[in-house]
Design a binder for this molecule. Structure first.
Ligand code: 5GP
Length: 188
């Protein structure tokens, strides 16, 4: 699997150290707030699983899954809810857990949807951020790493559902997706 990676951006050790650091900040800010951690499926499940095990907090966990409408969605920002929250987040402190912020459209839409449910607060922790690709304002309150404009896999992030099990994060070799004739960010 790692032979399909052109460059490792973050090793497993670097990721684990960063996740622990993020958990420490979150723990300080959320003491006595009983947050609801909202993982964005599928990519964030590995990050969320590691993050929550570092949190010495009374917290709940739930998941959402959004799907974009076809290829043009990244420009239209139209999303379909595949799996909604099971938790009523009204008056609760919500912490959205994202794997990566790219165009920002997913996070923007998710924030709107959750705010409409009148939580006590809503914040975002993202492991990765590609600010150069932003189409709409979207910002993590807690951020792991900024990365350049490249398609990355590993640590929950996939290409065609593969590579999620890599413990590092790396740039996928373009020849892996070249045969499909479509850049990875338009395939999901
Ligand atoms: P956005 O709406 O911010 O453009 O997209 C966020 C989602 O796009 C992420 O949750 C992730 O599923 C996907 N994505 C964006 N960039 C990458 C990337 O470099 N690698 C992978 N595997 N997924 C990405």
């Amino acid at each position: 699997m790692t032979s399909d990676i052109s460059k490792i951006l973050f090793t497993a050790d670097q990721i684990q150290a960063k996740v622990k650091e993020l958990a420490e900040q979150i723990e300080r800010d959320y003491r006595d707030k009983k947050p609801v951690l909202v993982g964005v499926l599928n990519g964030a499940f590995v990050f969320l699983a590691d993050l929550m095990r570092h949190l010495d907090l009374d917290c709940a966990v739930d998941f959402v899954s959004w799907s974009s409408y076809g290829k043009d969605t990244s420009s239209s920002g139209v999303f379909r809810i595949m799996k909604d929250l099971e938790t009523n987040v009204e008056s609760k402190h919500v912490l959205i857990v994202e794997d990566i912020i790219d165009t920002g459209l997913t996070l923007h839409y998710l924030l709107d949807t959750i705010r409409a449910r009148k939580p006590a607060s809503v914040k975002v922790v993202a492991l990765l951020d590609k600010p150069s690709r932003r189409r709409i304002e979207a910002k993590a309150d807690y951020l792991g790493f900024q990365i350049p404009d490249a398609f990355v896999v590993g640590y929950g992030l996939d290409f065609a559902q593969r590579y999620r099990n890599l413990s590092c994060i790396g740039i996928l070799k373009p020849e892996i997706y070249a045969g499909r004739g479509t850049p990875p960010d338009e395939i999901e």
